[in-house]
Design a protein around this ligand. Structure first.
Ligand SMILES: N[C@@H](CCC(=O)N[C@@H](CS)C(=O)NCC(=O)O)C(=O)O
Length: 290
């Protein structure tokens, strides 16, 4: 392995703002808001402030699945948060999520609004509130185990592998090797589980699949970090089968479009306030009506 650096850490770390990397402009070593900005509020019980990254898509898929199951109380307004422009540091957003990351959710169905941050907490909150997509039998523990597996594992995929393979200003062999090995191990964990059962919790689709699919399904299709060939994702046959089955669900197709501000204009629904918006307010339709 090449000797990539003569760097040795100083006694005390100092912030080098210009250290490069894809997200250097928004990363900082402190929390809290940077500016005053209230969040908009729509007419539905749930207010979602998000962007269609894998963490954001988990929640829009969940809300669309609940609506498809007939839970009208899951109606929601989805507002676009542009993290590359620093919207997550506005005072209103920080009041909903002190961690300044999308997604952030407000349940306004009761007398006092309830804030929920962390996408895994949102899936669990919504599943419990509506009694859906979280099994009540013995497979409940399996479902929760895979849900928490995702929350613990994906940072190695995104913050570890993805960062050093795709976003870091220099390619560091040690870092890419370490995280590529871990991500392949994770794909193997999933593949072995999905050799045993149709879905992660067992026979039925659940919040465990909704948490894992946006990350590992996208990875399996080569859509994350352009790393399909590097990681030889086609070798994980059970992950491929599961990924394709979930992609066919109509709630998943809708959920992927919400708060999407990149890709094909026909796939981008920047804000969602009504079920009809999928037909009339995608970016291609809005451009045609200008
Ligand atoms: N564990 C959190 C992770 C959320 C997260 O990392 N969100 C990213 C986008 S996927 C974000 O908002 N980044 C903006 C920032 O770090 O300033 C969750 O699952 O909700």
């Amino acid at each position: 392995m090449a000797d990539e650096s003569n760097y040795s850490p100083a006694e005390v770390w100092t912030w080098n703002k210009a250290n490069g990397g894809r997200f250097a402009a928004i990363n900082r070593p402190s929390a809290g808001s940077t500016h005053d900005k209230e969040l908009p509020v729509g007419r539905h019980p749930f207010q979602l402030y998000s962007l269609a990254t894998p963490n954001g898509v988990k929640v829009t898929i969940m809300l669309e699945e609940l609506l498809a199951l007939g839970h009208a109380g899951a109606e929601y307004d989805a507002w676009l948060i542009r993290i590359d422009e620093g919207d997550q540091f506005g005072s209103g957003f920080v009041a909903v999520n002190p961690n300044s990351k999308i997604p952030a959710l407000l349940d306004r169905s009761g007398p006092t609004p309830v804030r929920i941050f962390e996408s895994g907490a949102m899936l669990l909150y919504l599943a419990e509130k509506f009694g859906a997509l979280l099994p009540l039998d013995a497979s409940r523990a399996e479902c929760l185990s895979w849900l928490f597996w995702q929350m613990g594992s994906a940072p190695y995929l995104g913050g570890g592998f993805g960062h050093f393979y795709a976003y870091a200003p220099i390619k560091i062999e040690y870092a890419i090797d370490r995280f590529a090995m871990e991500v392949k191990r994770q794909l193997d964990v999933l593949d072995r589980r999905l050799a045993e059962s149709a879905y992660l919790a067992g026979d039925d689709y659940s919040i465990a699949d909704i948490a894992v699919w946006p990350w590992y399904g996208a990875l399996a299709k080569g859509l994350l970090y352009d790393a399909g060939e590097f990681l030889q994702v086609q070798d994980y046959a059970n992950v491929q089968r599961w990924t394709d089955a979930i992609a066919e669900r109509s709630a998943v197709k809708r959920g992927r479009m919400v708060n999407r501000a990149f890709g094909d204009p026909a796939s981008q629904l920047h804000e969602r306030h009504d079920a009809d918006d999928f037909l009339t307010k995608t970016q291609d339709k809005l451009a045609a009506s200008d």
